[in-house]
Design a protein. Structure first.
Length: 284
């Protein structure tokens, strides 16, 4: 179990990947997993689509990681658009495939979901999903956390209370949303510890290798962009090769700093680019 790895290794190294959007891309997806396996991660997480729309693909990729590559797979499971019966079915499929660990998330509200559907959903929060899975399945759960506060939370203190509820419900470790300023993570870790949150916390790192990422992935995450990163993007915006190199160096510098601070784990958001992941790992 992933929770046990933290007892023997610090920091752990893990990656996040996503299932392909098209069936034709599955062969390439497995090649991505093979390339990441060479880097010897402690576990690999596999994302869901909005509202669980790619749950079958998530299961296939996670099964490949767990059963073919023999690396712990952490399958994402969202509940925003799911009934209890939906969750039961997915959990059963995971157990049948030998997948025992999930990152339990509320998930993003699908664009087609009405206010009535959203307000009457079976699981209001990730903590509700975690508690349900703990009571009704053999799965082990991890939870997500936000060093700079979830965008829907009214305050950092409120967000921290919800995070503690996740841990009390059964989350065995946490993975942070991406961030670009280590001080944000260190403040969060200290405050979480004072609040009684004692489970391991993996720092989520995303290398920014194209200017487009700032306008898409980063804005959706709600993460702030520090001046150092903004200056980097401005300096190399017209030179993609140099921006890629600078982004990788920025991520590696972040990781080296976090390792010096005794972080529990490093979780790299790979965007299914194993070459970028390999370059970062080679620098840390």
């Amino acid at each position: 179990m992933i929770k046990d790895i933290f007892k023997d290794k610090k920091p752990t190294l893990s990656f996040e990947v996503f299932p392909p959007k098209k069936e034709d891309d599955f062969a390439n997806a497995f090649s991505v997993m093979d390339a990441l396996a060479v880097l010897k991660p402690d576990f690999i997480s596999v994302t869901y689509g909005a509202g669980g729309s790619k749950s079958k693909k998530t299961l296939e990729i996670a099964s490949y990681i767990q059963n073919r590559l023999h690396i712990d797979a952490l399958a994402h499971m969202t509940c925003v658009g799911s009934s209890r019966e939906d969750i039961d079915a997915v959990a059963s499929q995971m157990e049948q495939e030998g997948i025992r660990q999930v990152l339990a998330l509320r998930g993003d509200r699908p664009a087609t979901m009405s206010d009535e559907q959203f307000n009457s959903r079976a699981f209001a929060h990730a903590s509700d999903l975690i508690a349900y899975l703990k009571a009704n399945t053999s799965l082990h759960m991890a939870g997500a956390c936000y060093p700079e506060k979830h965008f829907e939370a009214e305050s950092f203190e409120e967000d921290l209370r919800h995070l503690k509820e996740k841990c009390e419900a059964g989350a065995e470790f946490l993975i942070t949303q991406l961030f670009f300023d280590n001080d944000s993570f260190l403040r969060f870790r200290e405050t979480a510890g004072k609040a009684g949150i004692s489970v391991p916390i993996c720092a989520g790192i995303m290398p920014i290798t194209t200017a487009k990422q700032i306008g898409t992935t980063v804005s959706l995450s709600g993460s702030s962009v520090p001046k150092k990163m903004a200056d980097m993007i401005a300096a190399y915006a017209d030179n993609p090769a140099d921006l890629r190199k600078a982004g990788i160096e920025y991520a590696a510098e972040q990781i080296r700093g976090l390792k010096a601070e005794g972080v529990d784990g490093i979780h790299i958001y790979t965007m299914n680019r194993p070459k970028v992941a390999a370059e970062i790992v080679g620098m840390i």
